[in-house]
Design a protein around this ligand. Sequence first.
Ligand SMILES: O=C(O)c1ccccc1N[C@@H]1O[C@H](COP(=O)(O)O)[C@@H](O)[C@H]1O
Length: 241
Amino acid sequence: MAKLELLPAVDVRGGQAVRLVHGESGTETSYGSPLEAALAWQRSGAEWLHLVDLDAAFGTGDNRKLIAEVAGAMDIKVELSGGIRDDATLAAALATGCTRVNLGTAALETPEWVAKVIAEHGDRIAVGLDVKGTTLRGRGWTRDGGDLYETLARLDGEGCARYVVTDIAKDGTLQGPNLELLRHVCAATDRPVVASGGVSSLDDLRAIAELVPLGVEGAIVGKALYAKEFTLEEALEAVAR
Ligand SMILES: O=C(O)c1ccccc1N[C@@H]1O[C@H](COP(=O)(O)O)[C@@H](O)[C@H]1O
């Protein structure tokens, strides 16, 4: 059986690595230099970095230069997200050399454009399904954007390669992942799913790893690493097969 991939997160706001609670603006805890954080995860053995421009996601500016610097400094795979919503922002994101981008708001607001870029870029495009209950949220998770399963069916039909599923109610809370949501999404699609939100312990990671046969490919880990609930080395060991 394939092992669960781990994607330590570096979310950038105002030039700093931060963590939010429920993705709400104003709840930031700052963890210093994004480049230092990313390099630390790489040194600890990460194979992936989940890198987010939160200002671009919220529409409060962007950290594009810094994000490109961080992505360019990595020898590992990078999943890049936040504010990638049109040809210019997609071109800038792909030009960082990232392995793939993760589209959120665009999948809800400009579905024709997303279908086009999925057709053009295939596996380099993932869609972030950021949900409250079963309602998708966009624009920094401040606006409703439709039903999770209707959108998933549409994106499957358009050939979307992969989904990053975030339970907003869990994100940044250290309350454990929403395993039920992950099971339901995996039942609704045959595409790989990356789990995001709520990881608090090595047992949470082991529980997500149990879902690999259902289609869960990876897990994003944020707050738990920054809060030192466990080390990345311990996390990688916990999901090694
Ligand atoms: O990661 C967060 O904490 C987060 C909080 C609030 C909004 C977005 C967040 N992250 C990621 O941003 C992209 C969505 O950006 P966009 O809608 O495409 O501009 C998505 O990957 C979220 O997971």
